[in-house]
Design a binder for this molecule. Sequence first.
Ligand code: SAH
Length: 226
Amino acid sequence: MAWRSSGTSNKELVENLRKNHVFASQKAYDAMLAVDRGDFTRSDPYQDAPQRIGYNATISAPHMHAAALDYLQNHLVAGANALDVGSGSGYLTVCMAKMVGSTGTVVGIEHMGELVELSKKNIEKHHKEMLDSGNVVLVEGDGRQGFAEKAPYNAIHVGAAAKGVPKALTDQLAEGGRMMIPVEGEDGNQEFMQIDKIDGKIEKKTVEHVIYVPLTSRDKQWSGHR
Ligand code: SAH
């Protein structure tokens, strides 16, 4: 059903996602309405499908972004501090920043320097003020280590599938915080997991089955990296 949400404009795409009940949250809907996916991919931006953005990376399908924002809606509140691991095109980082507002911060960490540059250019098209104010911070680095300098995080989104849940990420989750992360099992299947830190304890729950590109090293992802 989610794949039926394609449109001919950003508005139509987001309306169709709502019609198909991909969203429950008004805040996630408002964020996706305010961020034109066309700024972040040139190929078929309003199709409900992932698109290649180079370097063996993709911008995830809109219904997956919608679901991720929905699961994080109560954690991406005004003033919250969030981390987007594998920020790629920068699209979801900006949606998350819309939800935390001008008093919040979203760090996007991406290991391909070329994609960090691309995401900066994408964001500058209509959301330059987020970069100027420090509301969005883009970092080149291995997201499996998180980004300790700005931790702890109320919300963490991981946009690539890990073999297990990286300990650095659970460590950097704030008390009461939530992480959404695709995790690959022994059988190669991936599960989208919701990880909450409650009274210092980690609670895990599988919410759906998904297909993401792997959370890996730069060499494994793209042999031509600089
Ligand atoms: N959420 C982004 C990108 C999703 S694709 C978007 O929708 O545009 C997953 C991204 O994770 C890719 O950009 C890839 O380069 C990045 N990635 C993979 N392994 C990583 C790692 N270890 N550290 C940081 N980024 C990583």
